[in-house]
Design a binder for this molecule. Structure first.
Ligand code: 5GP
Ligand code: ZN
Length: 139
């Protein structure tokens, strides 16, 4: 996509600190990391978010994530690692080109990926799950 910064970074048109690259994706250092060592997996083909990413590319991203997480554990020796990605502004997505975050974590660091658990009761939990289950059954 013409005006997409991550398309340009993934294609190598805009330089980045690249730690891994394949035909389909590039893994780069996040410019404003949650912790030092924070990486992003960028597919080269533009997809706005996970709903737009093909199953084939999703498999490739997950395969790369598996490789990168193991290398980060070995290389950086963090206390923990978050693998996460945001879809839509409501979910915290700020760059509208699908990407997966790999974030090294340390005991008592300042990174926040927490939420306050609801206590909606089993009926509401089951009803909400049913919406996705029904959509799956329509496929
Ligand atoms: P999101 O909030 O969309 O899940 O994450 C976007 C991430 O991309 C942020 O962590 C942000 O720091 C990173 N980012 C934004 N622009 C650039 C850039 O030009 N280069 C790099 N390397 N990272 C970027
Ligand atoms: Zn893009």
């Amino acid at each position: 996509m013409d005006n997409c910064i991550f398309c340009k970074i993934a294609a190598g048109i805009i330089p980045s600190t690249t730690v891994y690259e394949t035909e389909d994706l590039r893994v780069i250092a996040d410019i404003a990391p949650a912790n030092l060592g924070h990486l992003l997996i960028l597919p080269k083909e533009h997809a706005a978010d996970f709903t737009q990413l093909s199953e084939e590319k999703a498999e490739k991203v997950m395969k790369a994530a598996h490789k990168i997480v193991k290398a980060m554990k070995k290389g950086l020796k963090p206390d923990g690692i978050n693998v996460l990605q945001n879809n839509g502004t409501a979910a915290g997505q700020t760059v509208m080109h699908y990407h997966m975050h790999i974030i090294p974590r340390y005991e008592n660091d300042n990174v926040n990926v927490n939420w306050t658990p609801m206590e909606p009761g089993m009926d509401a939990v089951a009803q909400a799950a049913q919406a996705t289950k029904a959509a799956l059954e329509e496929e």
